[in-house]
Design a protein around this ligand. Structure first.
Ligand code: SAM
Length: 197
């Protein structure tokens, strides 16, 4: 379970419905009006998406498996998952993000019977059973309170040490099966796949 603080959550929601929406829609899009840093982040993030797809597909075809994409943003991962035939439940705290993801999916999945189910929802409110749950580039927006009490409000990016994530997963009976590291000049991400221990 992920617990995220009320104040942080409201700020994050506001951000991703307004300036953050404009910024990330551009970074996750294909247009040329991005600066060098944004272009680099776009590249890094697309590598992360490729990596996730590979991690899943290495286990076999994903047609018909249920996937929850928590914090789906503009659908960068939900859409390729659906293209492979996965049954995708995609949600995000930001209505603007969900609307954009929906529009992109309509365009890119036209004629295919694999439209993800999109919902405006906070990840803490999600329920249901899925073969796979994915949460990509979302947790960085929340502090790990017990480790960093009173985090600075100026920078809204919080890094979580891989060991802490692993400990939290182990505590609830999960173990890490695969790991990935994606780095470009201005972007880096650690990817972990956890399965019941
Ligand atoms: N996962 C997507 C991807 O990798 O393309 C989007 C990543 S974007 C940097 C972070 C997303 O997390 C935003 O769309 C934001 O609205 C969403 N988000 C942040 N906090 C959330 C929460 N508590 N519940 C659901 N979504 C949240």
């Amino acid at each position: 379970a992920v617990e995220v603080g009320g104040d942080d959550k409201e700020v994050v929601k506001e951000y991703f419905n307004n300036s953050g929406f404009q910024r990330w829609k551009k970074i996750y899009g294909e247009t040329e009006d991005v600066n060098t840093v944004q272009k680099d982040i776009r590249l890094g993030h697309s590598k992360t998406v490729e990596n996730v797809m590979k991690m899943l597909l290495d286990e076999g075809p994903i047609g018909g498996i249920t996937v929850c994409d928590a914090g789906c943003g503009t659908g960068c991962l939900s859409i390729p998952l659906a293209k492979e035939g996965a049954i995708v439940s995609a949600s995000d705290i930001s209505a603007a993000m969900v609307a954009e993801a929906q529009a992109k999916a309509k365009e890119q999945l036209a004629g295919k019977d694999v439209m993800p189910k999109f919902e405006v929802r906070d990840l803490e409110s999600l329920d249901g059973k899925y073969d796979t749950v994915i949460c990509l580039d979302v947790l960085i927006h929340y502090p790990q309170r017990e480790l960093f009490p009173g985090p600075s409000k100026a920078t809204r990016a919080y890094l979580h040490a891989e060991a802490d994530v692993e400990r939290a997963l182990n505590k609830v009976g999960w173990k890490i099966r695969k790991r990935g590291l994606i780095t470009t000049q201005f972007y880096f991400a650690r990817l972990v796949e956890a399965v019941p221990a």
